[in-house]
Ligand binder design. Structure first.
Ligand code: NAD
Length: 513
């Protein structure tokens, strides 16, 4: 790819790690180094147990990092044997100083303090990384914003570079990432488009072409769009805002459906056939979680607010408000089904990551649901997620539960279970908070079951014990199916209450084995 020999990706997170792995995979003649100040995270990227769970990622990392021989993965149809060109490191000086292209893939969370708290983007990590790059990058290096940043950040980066290294030429490009967790490898290997924003000057265009050359190793040229940096930065925020807006829109309709007897899935199927609307992102559910949608909408609204466009800001904030409403409605429903009394109950929470196929627990909606349910003092909240580590779950819950449940009343506990069976055993309700295939499939063989322990019989025969009522409410990008025991003190099981309910009540139990 032109004269590029070394690439440095700053930030070994959910974006930096997979992006670097795919770049390295398709550009075997270039060394791709992933730099992070978190040595623990780097250690995990260097180990067989990667810090990020994504389908196919471990195989790609093995090839690119270790130079392993592999037969084929979707991304590499032929058998290949090659040397490793993907390196994980904490050595910022060496890694940055030898790079021709430096990607910024650090975290850009919402600010929690000072001006714009709760709305603006916290640029601390970005600024620190840019300072480090400015100190060590070689003259002529290309700095690429991979992180999602506020519109105008390229200018901010240029200013830092000019202050720290006056007179030294650098080019700044915007190249936002559109991958979606849970399908990161598929999205990276078959992107709908690659955006490259440049200053538009001859040097900027040349830099954009050098970056484009890295991508054309596997992305058709027609999918690479060269635009200006502000458009590129803003396009990323707009893409996420529009996707989240579809979820909030359909969720608002689910509330109407529950009062009218209309079925939100049927509505989605009906409107999704309209080519102008399209079928994707129309599944009603618990709402959107994750580290991106909420913060990117806040960032877009804050931009509008700071431009004096209050109506525009209000419009986008409403997408986040609807999301909070939908999630609270769910918790409220569960509490109502127990006639407002969860004391002594065991509730199983299946799915803790913010969505299926990922172990990412950041901004998981499960945390908010658990917070609301704990206020009702249930005996146990039993959590299971096939991809999340116990320590990650407990860390997310620490502000609510404390260490070892120290912040909870004595009668209450939160436990992370090693398998679905122990989580559901004796549960009064089973809440499905992600649409993991494992939770849907009766043929599931993938749960990490403790062998040789037999499946508890009460779960094997759910109609008798754990599940007497299987209610499919609105749904299903996020489950929102819950099951109540026959002993639930909720009138909904009796024929009279069922008749009062507009929603169909499925009496078929879920099969667990
Ligand atoms: P992350 O928190 O998983 O990773 C960021 C990493 O950067 C961390 O490991 C952190 O230690 C490291 N870091 C921070 N400052 C550093 C510095 N000065 N030097 C070296 N390392 C530093 O974040 P992420 O989910 O990978 O997101 C990164 C960016 O990509 C964000 O702007 C996010 O909005 C955007 N994005 C995320 C996704 C997603 O699905 N996660 C998708 C598209 C875009």
């Amino acid at each position: 790819a032109g004269t590029v020999k070394n690439v440095c990706v700053v930030g070994a997170g959910y974006v930096g790690g997979p992006t670097a792995a795919v770049l390295a995979l398709y550009n075997p003649s270039i060394t791709v180094e992933v730099l992070d100040r978190d040595s623990n995270r780097i250690g995990r990227w260097q180990s067989p147990h990667l810090p990020v769970h994504e389908p196919d990622l471990d195989r790609i990392v093995r090839v690119a990092r270790d130079g392993a021989e592999i037969r084929s993965v979707d991304a590499i149809p032929a058998a290949v044997k090659r040397g490793g060109n993907l390196v994980f490191t904490t050595d910022s000086v060496r890694s940055i100083s030898q790079a021709d292209i430096v990607f910024l893939a650090v975290n850009t969370p919402t600010k929690t303090f000072g001006v714009g708290a709760g709305r603006a983007t916290n640029m601390t990590a970005t600024d620190a990384a840019v300072q480090e790059i400015a100190r060590h990058a070689k003259p002529g290096a290309i700095i690429v914003e991979k992180s999602t940043v506020p519109c105008g950040t390229a200018q901010r980066v240029r200013q830092i570079l000019a202050t720290v290294r006056p007179g030294v030429p650098f080019e700044v490009l915007s190249n936002p990432e559109f991958l979606s967790e849970g399908s990161a490898v598929e999205n990276l290997t078959h992107p709908d488009r690659v955006l490259i924003g440049s200053s538009g000057t001859p040097a900027g265009r040349r830099a954009a072409r050098m970056l484009a050359n890295l991508y054309t190793s596997w992305v058709p040229v027609s999918r690479i769009l060269e635009i200006n940096t502000s458009s590129s930065e803003l396009a990323k925020l707009v893409a996420n805002a529009m996707l989240a807006q579809r979820i909030s829109s359909i969720n608002s309709i689910s509330a109407i459906c529950e009062r009218t007897g209309a079925d939100v899935d049927q509505i989605s199927a009906a409107i999704g056939r309209d080519a102008r609307i399209g079928p994707k992102f129309l599944k009603s559910g618990l709402g959107f979680g994750g580290s991106c949608f909420r913060k990117d909408i806040s960032s877009l609204a804050y931009l509008a607010e700071s431009l004096g466009l209050e109506e525009v800001a209000h419009y986008w904030r409403q997408v986040n408000s609807m999301n909070v409403y939908q999630r609270d409605r769910f918790s409220r429903k569960v509490i109502d089904r127990f006639n407002g009394n969860l004391v002594g109950r065991k509730l199983a929470v299946l799915g803790f990551a913010f969505k299926k196929n990922t172990g990412d627990t950041r901004e998981s909606l499960a945390v908010d649901v658990i917070r609301s349910l704990l206020e009702e003092r249930p005996a146990e909240l039993a959590i299971f997620d096939p991809f999340c580590r116990e320590e990650d779950i407990l860390r997310e819950l620490e502000p609510i539960c404390g260490v070892d449940n120290a912040l909870l009343p004595r009668m209450c506990s939160v436990k992370v279970h090693p398998d679905v069976y122990s989580a559901c055993s004796q549960a009064d309700a089973v809440l499905l908070l992600t649409d993991s295939d494992q939770f849907k499939s009766s043929q599931n063989k993938t749960f990490p079951k403790k062998e040789p322990e037999p499946v508890p019989t009460q779960i094997a025969s759910p109609s008798e014990d754990a599940v007497a009522l299987y209610e499919e409410t609105y749904v299903s990008s996020r489950g929102i199916t819950y099951h109540l025991t026959p002993q639930a003190p909720c009138g909904a099981e009796c024929a009279e209450c069922r008749a009062q309910s507009n929603r169909p009540v499925a009496t078929e139990p879920v099969e667990w084995t």
